[in-house]
Design a binder for this molecule. Structure first.
Ligand SMILES: [Zn+2]
Length: 96
């Protein structure tokens, strides 16, 4: 699911339980600002790998847009995959 902009708390609340990449939005919390009238939010996500992450609204926007897809495990897996295929290749060629 890709959301371009979710500004209001209601909109954000509606997204609870939705999946964005590997993230599942678990909770939306409002933080009362002491300096201005505008409230800010923190968004609690759980990644497929089991990692809990809390992001600020601006960071969460990247998740809604699909720019950020995981807590970092996706990148690690990709890296591991390419490493193993490289290793297999070299082993087959008798270079290792
Ligand atoms: Zn993860």
């Amino acid at each position: 699911m890709i959301i371009k902009k979710a500004k209001k708390i209601d909109t954000l609340q509606q997204l609870v339980g939705q999946k964005f990449g590997r993230f599942l939005l678990k909770e939306v919390n409002t933080i009362k600002s002491t300096t201005s009238n505008r409230n800010s939010f923190t968004l609690n996500f759980i990644c497929d790998c089991g990692v809990n992450r809390t992001y600020s609204h601006s960071k969460a926007t990247n998740i809604f847009k699909g720019t950020t897809k995981s807590c970092g495990c996706l990148r690690k897996e990709k890296w591991a995959k390419s490493y193993y295929s490289w290793k297999k290749d070299w082993t087959q060629k008798g270079l290792l």
